[in-house]
Design a protein around this ligand. Structure first.
Ligand SMILES: Nc1ncnc2c1ncn2[C@@H]1O[C@H](COP(=O)(O)OP(=O)(O)OP(=O)(O)O)[C@@H](O)[C@H]1O
Length: 421
């Protein structure tokens, strides 16, 4: 419990402690008989800490003032003389409500963060998630472009789960992982009747995905001969299995992933232009991890929890030096590399906190920092704010406290740097 005797000291304590519940006697010095200073203070408290529950304490004959306070945002009022047991009851109820509201805020935020397995807080990735939400319900084909390990597959699956086809099949095929001669049967299926080799017929991924979504990973690796055949599936809506002349109707939405060289492949005649445009109805470009301010630490913490559970470990967090190293590292292998480094650190570390050595970060890959002072300051402020928000689990009051700022100042900085909680 924190006590304050006047307006100034109560505002100082409020900034320091961000209390969940405040009891406020409206009769403040220097004129305790007049409630107007008390009401003004109440409004200031609510501006600084909107989630605080304020219980105003008024004189016995000040019911009207009490009602006015409630109208202005007080949670409840209590008329003197004080009966400790009664007041305690009201205070306990206020704490319960404040806790419930906080839980629900955390829950809502976690829901947002767990956007189908995608952990993100950076403006760039939040913009990608917004695009995905927008495009998912349309039936347009989507091309996800980005470097290896940036999360194209998880995002592709999110498109399917957010689409009208969620309850329909989702079939996945990695065009780079299957030898060229087997890719055709994987994709189009196989009809044993056309051959005499004792093999049984099989359904291809196209038919498997019928009425749902087909995800083609690394579509740029599809050989030219199959590109022509696949283009026919998309334009005519029919598929013929290898060894068969019979055409089966299919309706498909295709999501594919590609690296940044696909457009060049098209220019060089190595990938069909018509297929490229058919698959690229919507293009979503996924930024490398090094361009996602604040994501590294957030993803690292999420993965630490996941691997602690998976491997029965109890590593508490990251040392300051580890956080700095993670932020300065360029992550050429993107999220997959981060995932692997955290996994190996969780399994191997002998410490309670993960150190830079546990992460085996290659120091030659640490990024150079800019020299321009404004840029340095802005980047540092952005990172510090994002880190504080992550450490405070999204609680802005808590984050402001960690940063030594007031909530309104933090909000205006978040606005300035387009940081979302
Ligand atoms: N934003 C994210 N939050 C949490 N996990 C992620 C995120 N992005 C990727 N991952 C994880 O990182 C790993 C690599 O992601 P994914 O396979 O989707 O990348 P990719 O771009 O398809 O890679 P590649 O091009 O090499 O196939 C996966 O284990 C995935 O779950």
């Amino acid at each position: 419990m924190v006590l304050a005797e006047d307006k100034e000291s109560s505002l100082v304590e409020l900034r320091r402690f961000q209390p969940k519940v405040v009891t406020l006697d409206l009769g403040l010095p220097p004129d305790p008989a007049n409630a107007s200073a008390g009401l003004e203070l109440m409004e200031e408290i609510l501006k600084l800490s909107p989630s605080s529950k304020i219980i105003v304490v008024t004189g016995n004959d000040e019911r009207e003032v009490a009602m006015k306070a409630v109208e202005l945002g007080a949670y409840d009022y209590y008329q003197k003389p004080i009966q400790p047991d009664e007041l305690k009851l009201i205070i306990n109820r206020a704490f319960e409500l404040a806790n419930l509201e906080e839980e629900s805020r955390i829950h809502r935020r976690n829901e947002n963060m767990r956007f189908h397995g995608i952990v993100a807080t950076s403006p760039k990735m939040l913009a990608v998630c917004q695009k995905i939400e927008k495009v998912a319900p349309t039936d347009l084909n989507v091309m996800l472009e980005g470097d290896s390990g940036t999360g194209k597959e998880v995002l592709g699956r999110a498109v399917h789960h957010l689409s009208k086809k969620e309850s329909k099949p989702f079939a996945y095929l990695n065009c780079a992982a299957i030898p060229e001669n087997l890719l055709e049967t994987e994709l189009f299926g196989y009809d044993a009747a056309g051959f005499n080799q004792g093999q049984s017929s099989s359904l291809g991924k196209i038919e498997e995905a019928n009425e749902g979504t087909l995800f083609l990973d690394e579509v740029g690796m599809m050989p030219m001969s199959l590109q022509a055949k696949f283009m026919r599936v998309l334009t005519d809506g029919v598929v013929e299995r290898v060894g068969s002349r019979e055409a089966t109707s299919v309706t498909l939405r295709v999501i594919c992933s590609a690296n940044s060289q696909l457009e060049q492949q098209v220019q060089e005649g190595k990938f069909r232009e018509d297929l490229y445009y058919k698959l690229n109805e919507i293009n979503i470009s996924i930024p490398p991890l090094s361009e996602r301010d604040g994501d590294v630490v957030l993803i690292a913490r999420t993965m630490l929890n996941k691997f602690n559970q998976q491997f029965g470990r109890n590593i508490k967090g990251f040392t300051k030096a580890a956080v700095q190293a993670m932020e300065a590292y360029s992550w050429p292998g993107n999220v997959r590399e981060l995932e692997n480094k955290i996994k190996s650190a969780v399994v191997m570390s002998e410490n309670t906190q993960i150190s830079p050595e546990d992460l085996q970060i290659d120091e030659s890959q640490l990024r150079e920092m800019p020299l321009n002072l404004r840029q340095v300051r802005e980047a540092a402020e952005t990172r510090a704010i994002q880190r504080a928000i992550v450490l405070a689990d999204g609680n802005i009051s808590q984050a402001a406290k960690l940063l030594g700022l007031t909530r309104p100042t933090l909000y205006s900085l978040m606005d300035k740097y387009s940081i979302h909680s």
